[in-house]
Ligand binder design. Structure first.
Ligand code: DGJ
Length: 732
């Protein structure tokens, strides 16, 4: 609920368990941040520091600069005396950079504002309430609208900003943070997700020192390396207790997520488009919309934060018709064949796959132009008939005749130097005038700031998808951006390229979904470099990582599931020795690890052992049995291999607490070791449950939820490394 206390000029935003409050102070109308945390009865205005000696605000502006340098400002300006990093910075026509906003008015609405051209959360089956806080800077001729939308039941508040140029000259935005939050530093620690190709989203926790600490990307995409997530966690915050603030950014390009600890031990958290390689002109009468950021707070540990994020993404970001439908179990030929395939090979795979109960064949990279390796043909989105002999339609029809759906791989944002597209349009790629751009994976990036380039690519994509019964697309992006320059933009607007690029990707995917409304889209970027809330608005699933090794995946999926629902994590069973790390793990463990994801196969089913092939129908049966529970339930982490280096365990509990599934992987066997005692989570303390171990009936128990959560459950020591079990728990 959002209330405005007129007398005290204070806004109070209450979700089920949290309160966020803002006050307007002084005659000049400073908008100050008062409180964010556990739900409280009052707005806590008395805690707002407006009279700290010797620096106080005053109507005659005396000492304003030192006041601003410590005041918890709701939307901090720039170059006006607040020396912490602001939420906005500008350059006016005279080169002036000062900007500072004051209160103008507000609106409270139950209509969720949408952000034109950007992913926007939506009410879905729930109800939202939004505060629009209106601010102005008369000197700069700018107004700001700050949006705060409450998803009250799941303790989520989203924020975004629109900047309106009300003056008569253009203004350049050089920094715009969607979220700016000042709070006491206390002894919170910083939690972030970092990584690299094939080992994305590892969890890192560190103390917060004085000054600015940030993570970000200036690579043109969210990146493998750092992630648009920040957690502020109380010391020893655990899964089921302790305080945590979680922040996430719904954007797929350059981002900055920062905490700044200042001289008075307060923190400023900011999250937005990375100011590096960013500026954007706002013409008189125009708006700039900043992407949405998400905040949640829990004093019940990390699990509650995770569950709030999962519910938010599942119900208020993912729009696909596949949102609540089981995704077809697919087999992808990438690790099976790489570029070495043709119609016959694909049909051999499809035939064998059909026998095992697999439901879709996905033809990966290498079917177009004359692409037989990664040197050529991106941009030539027409089928290579010497490989796909008989043509695409023929292949798809044959696959359909076997009872399988058909999916295809595309990389629409890229162009190879060796391609017909490049020969015809060498100027279609991103490059700085007069410089040769650096290739990466032998490819260049299409200059999507140019509408004719977007049309050129999209028209080809549409033609391919219209030519046969294609029901799934894997949209890949295999390099990051550099040599940022566009011949479309004049010298004064080159800084707009990175953001325009992201907007164009969104526009293309929006067009794709409106032209093919039943398409199942899976985003991908060299594995998991663009796994973010922005892409989830377009695709209900994203390829999580190129690393398909079951053990590496435990860590990648743990970090990913800290924020994103498992129903969105592309996860496949692949062949061994694993192509990335050379590890050999049991087929059944690979299956169990992929089960808490979208589930599929990435191997040559005609070549794997008879024993492994025979296990596939059983794995698929399990996928169908548990998928609805896995994709809609609440996620609990019980043990973390990335921390303890020996074993991993997590469970998913249905919303009604009638059933749950627990995955346990013993990564390393140990000699002379007792069974592990695992305390389960999320069950109904009063319900009685049957606990059934897969392939280990002797371990089955019948017990109440409170017993399983407090006394725990014994999981027997297993023989060998990489052993695992799946435990199904249901009320009786
Ligand atoms: C990167 C993806 O993550 C892989 O699965 C595969 O599609 C390759 N690209 C193809 O080039």
């Amino acid at each position: 609920m959002i209330t405005f206390d007129e007398k005290n000029r204070m806004f109070k935003l209450d979700t089920k368990n949290t309160t966020y409050s803002i006050a307007v102070v002084d005659e000049e109308g400073f908008a100050g941040h008062v409180y964010y945390g556990r739900r409280i009865s009052d707005g806590a205005l008395h805690t707002l520091r407006i009279n700290e000696n010797p620096f106080v605000p005053s109507v005659n502006n005396r000492d304003r600069s030192s006041f601003l340098d410590s005041f918890p400002t709701e939307f901090a300006g720039n170059n006006v005396g607040d020396y912490r990093e602001g939420a906005i910075a500008i350059k006016d026509v005279n080169g002036g950079e000062a900007v500072s906003f004051f209160y103008e008015g507000y609106e409270i609405t139950d209509k969720k504002p949408i952000l034109p051209g950007l992913p926007s959360s939506f009410a879905g089956k729930g109800r939202t309430e939004t505060l629009i806080l209106r601010l102005k800077d008369d000197a700069a001729g700018l107004k700001a609208e700050l949006y705060y939308t409450l998803f009250a039941d799941i303790d989520i508040i989203t924020r975004s900003v629109s900047i309106i140029n009300c003056g008569d000259a253009p203004v350049k935005l050089t920094r715009i943070m969607s979220l700016c939050l000042d709070m006491e530093a206390e002894d919170y620690e910083l939690m972030t997700l970092h990584g690299s190709w094939a080992r994305e989203r590892a969890i890192d926790v560190r103390p917060i020192g004085y000054g600015r600490t940030n993570v970000g990307s200036a690579r043109g995409e969210t990146s493998h390396q750092e992630h648009p997530f920040l957690g502020l966690v109380s010391p020893r915050c655990a899964q089921d207790n302790g305080e945590v603030y979680g922040f996430n950014f719904i954007y797929s390009g350059n981002f900055l997520a920062q905490v700044e600890k200042n001289q008075f031990d307060s923190l400023r958290v900011t999250m937005g488009i990375n100011p590096e390689y960013f500026e954007f002109e706002i013409k008189p009468g125009e708006n700039f919309y900043a992407p949405e950021a998400v905040m949640t707070y829990s004093d019940r540990g990390l699990s509650a934060m995770t569950q709030n994020f999962h519910d938010f993404f599942r119900e208020h970001i993912i729009r696909s018709p596949y949102k609540d439908k089981p995704r077809p179990v697919l087999i992808n030929n990438w690790e099976a064949t790489y570029f070495d395939f043709n119609t016959d090979k694909l049909l051999d795979i499809a035939r064998e796959a059909a026998k095992s109960g697999i439901e879709m064949l996905v033809m990966d990279d290498g079917w177009f132009g004359h692409r037989n390796d990664d040197n050529t043909s991106l941009g030539d989105w027409f089928v290579n008939e010497s490989k796909i002999n008989g043509g695409l339609r023929h292949l798809v029809d044959e696959v359909n005749a076997l009872g399988l759906k058909f999916g295809i791989w595309l990389e629409p944002e890229m162009i190879s130097k060796d391609s017909e597209a490049y020969k015809a349009h060498p100027d279609y790629c991103i490059k700085v005038k007069g410089r040769t751009p650096a290739p990466s994976r032998n490819q260049y990036v299409m200059d999507l700031s140019r509408p004719e380039v977007v049309d050129f690519v999209y028209d080809q994509v549409k033609k391919v998808l219209s030519s046969a019964n294609i029901e799934y697309v894997k949209w890949d992006m295999n390099r990051q951006l550099c040599d940022l320059g566009s011949i479309y933009l004049d010298s004064d607007h080159q800084g707009e390229l990175s953001h325009r690029y992201v907007l164009a990707v969104y526009e293309m995917q929006e067009r794709l979904l409106s032209d093919f409304p039943n398409l199942l889209l899976e985003n991908c970027s060299g594995g998991g470099a663009r796994f973010d809330g922005g892409m989830l608005y377009y695709s209900p699933q994203i390829w999580c990582s190129d690393d398909t090794d079951a053990v590496e995946r435990l860590m990648i999926q743990e970090g990913t599931a800290l924020v994103y629902p498992v129903s969105a994590m592309g996860a496949h069973v692949s062949d061994c020795p694993n192509h990335t790390v050379g590890r050999v793990t049991p087929f059944e463990t690979r299956g169990r690890v992929a089960l808490c994801g979208t589930f599929g196969y990435e191997l040559d089913i005609t070549k794997i052992s008879e024993e492994d092939r025979a296990a596939i129908p059983g794995q698929i049966e399990k996928y169908h049995k548990y998928n609805s529970l896995i994709s809609t339930g609440d996620y609990y982490r019980l043990a973390s291999y990335s921390k303890n280096r020996f074993y991993d365990a997590y469970m998913i509990v249905s919303k009604d607490k009638n059933e749950a599934i627990m995955t346990f992987v013993q990564v390393l066997g140990r000699p002379n070791h007792h069974s592990r005692l695992l305390k389960l989570s999320g069950l109904d303390p009063e319900k009685e449950y049957m606990v059934e171990f897969e392939n280990d009936e002797k371990s089955n128990v019948r017990a109440h939820g409170d017993t399983l959560m407090n006394a725990g459950l014994l999981v027997r020591n297993m023989w060998g490394d990489f052993a695992s079990t799946l435990v199904y728990i249901h009320s009786v």
